[in-house]
Design a protein around this ligand. Structure first.
Ligand code: HEC
Ligand code: HEC
Length: 504
């Protein structure tokens, strides 16, 4: 309690205190709340004087990057073409026609088509994909590539899908592709998630992937076959191998570990686990490719994460801490956390690069410790992978048999906690919560009712990751369950919010 009071009213400006309170948490991860509160008060009187220091400690920040490209002359475009040819063409094609990398000369750029967004994508890469960053390359060179990619887009492309999407969806169904692939959360996960495959791969590449899957196998999907001493053969995706053991995901999706001493043989086959569909008719293949190519999300569309499994949330890899459980609740599957050591880390910051956003979640708080951080999106330093202070957070405070919401947002030197202590809700029920930022004002909501608002400038975050059930630095564990989250790159109005399914 003291801590909250300190953060809101003790000295200087509220914003500064928010920032201090929060960065103290970072440095004093495990410290007891009272000690922290005392320290906070002690630090307060120097806080104003230290503001400059705090600013100079701030991590690299997307706010410093201009909105429009300063390098757009013909000479810049030509220089960009040369760098692109050397560094990017083998994945994206020399004219941006796509290949292993996304098509750049037509269609929508789903990571953003503004100069600044492209700059960030090219400089930082896209986490969890093959798209690397260009670390170490001077900013001017990155801008020249932005200029070249823009020119490619003006030229356009001739690589259009010949088939019919709707017919293709049927071919997908008939051939049980969903046994191994998920689209928008539906399907298996032995193979890559295909929800956005159309934005990642060219038509030609998609066609090859179906007819000849072994031709180019993404690094994360290399297959391995082990033969045990007693002659059993198990095939799967290689997850890890060291001197003594082999770990794989078998064809049913189970994680399996073997001691090499128990095995007769370990074979890296170089063959895909996906059957080759060379026998499809030309029409079926055209239609299937047209369907896959249509699977892309526009920047304005929402990303949904369903918490109905542990291994993979929203197509992203997870790291599991403790033993969170998948439960059946009256509103569907959810992941339950024990408030002590359970958490999920998810390899994606779904709102990275967003200038405006809506961050929604459906959850059930069950009580436990007073302070809990249960949904944390954090930017990471692209060079070191270390979490920066830039973050979006849902927190709660538990008092008696109720709770109230604390929504926190920070970018660069600006940060703000919205916390309405008088809006106390009963524990043990399902709630919808939302943080909305429209470019000027940050607002938060519980079940569609606004609880707070503040004017603040929040520059877009760089790429990063997320933790659910705990703060990203593993303090303030959450007791309760999370059903789903949705991330939208614009400020939604309340009627557009997700709704809680009606309970039977
Ligand atoms: C190893 C292959 C590879 C290399 C090298 C590579 N990319 Fe990419 N790139 C990708 C992939 C794959 C994606 C799609 C990622 C996704 O969205 O899942 C991508 C995405 C992009 C995007 C975003 C497309 C969109 O829809 O918004 C841009 C822009 C881009 N790359 C530019 C470049 C530039 C410029 C270079 C050279 C400096 C480069 N890439 C090098 C594989 C590569
Ligand atoms: C037995 C499981 C399995 C089935 C069935 C299967 N796939 Fe795959 N698929 C995989 C695996 C594993 C990979 C990754 C290795 C590779 O690229 O070959 C993959 C890769 C792909 C890729 C390339 C993805 C990328 O990121 O480049 C596409 C596209 C694809 N599959 C489409 C299909 C379609 C369409 C069908 C149905 C006609 C299908 N798959 C059926 C397992 C399967």
């Amino acid at each position: 309690m003291m801590f909250d009071v300190g953060r809101d009213s003790v000295c200087c400006t509220e914003t500064l205190l928010d920032a201090w309170g929060k960065s103290l948490e970072t440095s004093l991860e495990a410290a007891d709340t009272r000690v922290r509160a005392t320290l906070l008060l002690a630090c307060c009187w120097i806080a104003c004087g230290m503001q400059l220091v705090a600013q100079s400690r701030q991590p690299r920040n997307a706010a410093d990057i201009p909105q429009t490209n300063p390098y757009t002359s013909e000479a810049d475009v030509e220089a960009g073409r040369k760098i692109f040819g050397g560094r990017c063409g083998h994945c994206h094609g020399q004219s941006g026609e796509g290949g292993r990398g996304a098509v750049l000369n037509s269609g929508e750029l789903h990571h953003g088509a503004s100069d600044r967004e492209m700059f960030l994508v090219i400089r930082n890469g896209i986490p969890n994909t093959e798209m690397p960053g260009t670390f170490g390359l001077p900013d001017a060179e990155v801008w020249r590539m932005v200029a070249y990619v823009k020119q490619l887009r003006r030229q356009g492309s001739s690589d259009a899908a010949a088939g019919n999407q709707t017919a293709g969806a049927l071919v997908y169904q008939k051939n049980s592709c969903a046994a191994c692939h998920a689209i928008d959360g539906q399907g298996g996960f032995l193979g890559p998630d295909l929800s956005e495959i159309g934005a990642k791969r060219s038509i030609r590449y998609l066609r090859d992937s179906i007819v000849n899957p072994s031709a180019d196998i993404p690094l994360d999907y290399r297959s391995v076959t082990v033969i045990t001493r007693d002659g059993k053969t198990i095939a799967g995706i290689q997850l890890n191998e060291d001197e003594y053991s082999v770990h794989l995901r078998d064809m049913s999706g189970n994680l399996r570990s073997f001691l090499k001493s128990e095995l007769r043989e370990v074979k890296l086959t170089g063959q895909s686990l996906m059957p080759a569909y060379g026998a499809l008719s030309k029409d079926d293949l055209d239609n299937l490719v047209a369907y896959l190519s249509s699977l892309r999300r526009s920047a304005a569309q929402a990303t949904v994460w369903m918490f109905d499994r542990l291994e993979n949330i929203g197509g992203n890899k997870t790291t599991v801490l403790g033993a969170p459980r998948v439960i059946d609740s009256p509103i569907g599957k959810a992941v339950e956390f024990d408030g002590v050591r359970d958490a999920l880390f998810i390899d994606n910051h779904p709102l990275a690069g967003a200038e405006t956003f809506t961050f929604e979640a459906i959850f059930r708080p069950d009580g436990g410790e007073r302070e809990q951080r249960w949904f944390h999106l954090s930017e990471q330093d692209p060079k070191t992978g270390v979490d920066t202070d830039n973050r979006m957070l849902f927190e709660i405070r538990v008092i008696g048999d109720g709770w109230f919401l604390d929504s926190y947002n920070q970018s660069g030197t600006e940060g703000k906690a919205l916390m309405n202590r008088s809006a106390v809700h009963p524990l043990g029920a399902w709630y919808h919560v939302a943080s909305v930022y429209d470019g000027k004002e940050f607002r938060n909501y519980v079940n569609g009712v606004q609880e707070g608002a503040a004017n603040i400038h929040l520059a877009p975050h760089g790429p990063g990751h997320a933790s659910v059930g705990v703060r990203i630095n593993k303090v303030f564990y959450f007791k309760g369950a999370v059903r789903m989250a949705r991330f939208t790159r614009r400020a939604l109005s309340t009627p557009e919010f997700l709704t809680l399914p009606v309970r039977p």
